[in-house]
Design a protein. Structure first.
Ligand code: PBG
Length: 349
């Protein structure tokens, strides 16, 4: 149908009439007032969409600021329990735990990852004990435990060894499952780890823990503040481009995810978040599995830094960024904003 523009008017008509366009549709009608905007809104963000990543450290009754993530703190296990109680009270379904491992315990082989009494295991047990109904997600990767800051084992000539690493990751996953992890989230990007972890968990009788595969994890500059938070930035030698994905690639993410699905993943993750909304959309379309976005530390830091400088409205930017994930098809979002968003959503009903 041709769109008729202004029709000729007799000179007696007012200017408003004269300028009137004959439009078959006026998109602004549905936007004219708040009630109407609410009625036509396509996506919603709720507390049930949030996963809160927290950093745990040794000690008791203590918190330290993460310098590059204003508003985010590392918590001793007892403080983490307190925050888990707060999260449960707000209705946040799950937490993701990351350890700041004592530098003295970091070794080339990352063996602290297999210590049944390491920080993550202690946090798992303490939180499960106090807040049994909150979901606990643990990261499978060696970087918080290695002296070189890589997610895997290094060969003498500095390569990341795939199959040798997978054998250790399997042990790490079993240690976490034994300590009560509900969801095992391999973030290491080694080939074959999802299948190996699934098989070992089945053999060990761990039929319940879900596997949340970081299927499309990119070699990203946006992880910088996280490495500060877990204390691996200082020691990281080189970069992670031989295992994490090239930011230029999209189709490759589909292959990565297809393998994880075949190997037994229950849920998929895309990481970072906002720069990779197209990947979230593609994975959700292709597989239909629960698909999560990780709004990573650098994304958080950018919004927070700009907000603290008065350069943008931080609260609106936070909400807009999270809604974008829902629009892209994400089922949930790992975000450091989780408690703030939850408080806002609960407050505003
Ligand atoms: C480590 C891991 C990283 C993040 C989550 N798990 C960092 C990395 O791969 O270097 C990043 C999270 C963030 O930036 O918020 N396997």
């Amino acid at each position: 149908m041709p769109i008729p523009f202004a029709r000729p008017r007799p000179v007696t008509e007012s200017r408003a009439d004269a300028a009137r366009l004959q439009l078959p549709s006026r998109m602004r009608r549905n936007r004219k007032s708040e009630w109407s905007r609410q009625l036509v809104r396509e996506n919603t963000l709720t507390v049930a969409d949030l996963i809160w990543p927290i950093f745990v450290m040794d000690g008791s009754e203590n918190r330290t600021q993460v310098g590059s993530m204003p508003g985010v703190e590392r918590l001793t296990v007892d403080e983490a329990v307190r925050e888990a109680e707060r999260a449960a009270g707000l209705g946040i379904p799950a937490l993701a735990l990351f350890p700041y491992t004592d530098p003295a315990l970091r070794t080339a082989d990352g063996r602290e990852a297999l210590n049944r009494d390491n920080l993550v295991c202690r946090a798992l047990r303490a939180i499960k004990d106090a807040v049994p109904h909150i979901g606990l997600i643990t990261d499978v990767a060696l970087d918080p435990y290695t002296s070189h800051g890589h997610d895997g084992l290094l060969s003498e000539d500095g390569r990341i060894l795939n199959d040798e690493t997978v054998a250790v990751l399997v042990e790490q996953a079993l240690v976490q499952a034994d300590a009560g992890a509900d969801v095992i989230a391999p973030s290491d990007m080694m080939d074959g780890r999802v299948g190996a972890i699934r098989a070992a968990m089945d053999d060990a009788g761990h039929l319940d823990p879900q596997i949340l595969a970081y299927s499309a994890k990119y070699a990203s500059a946006f992880y910088g503040p996280f490495r500060d938070a877990v204390g691996s930035s200082g020691c990281l030698k080189g970069d992670k481009r031989s295992y994490q994905m090239d930011p230029a690639n999209g189709a490759e993410a589909i292959r990565e995810a297809a393998l994880d699905v075949e190997e037994g993943a229950d849920m998929l993750m895309v990481k970072p978040g906002l720069p990779y909304l197209d990947i979230i959309w593609r994975l959700k379309e292709a597989f239909g599995l629960p698909t999560f976005a990780y709004q990573v530390s650098g994304e958080y830091a950018m919004i927070e830094a700009a907000a603290r400088n008065g350069w943008l409205d931080g609260e609106r930017a936070m909400m807009e960024s999270l809604m974008a994930f829902k629009r892209a098809g994400a089922d949930g979002i790992l975000t450091y904003f989780a408690p703030r968003v939850a408080e806002k959503l609960v407050r505003e009903g």
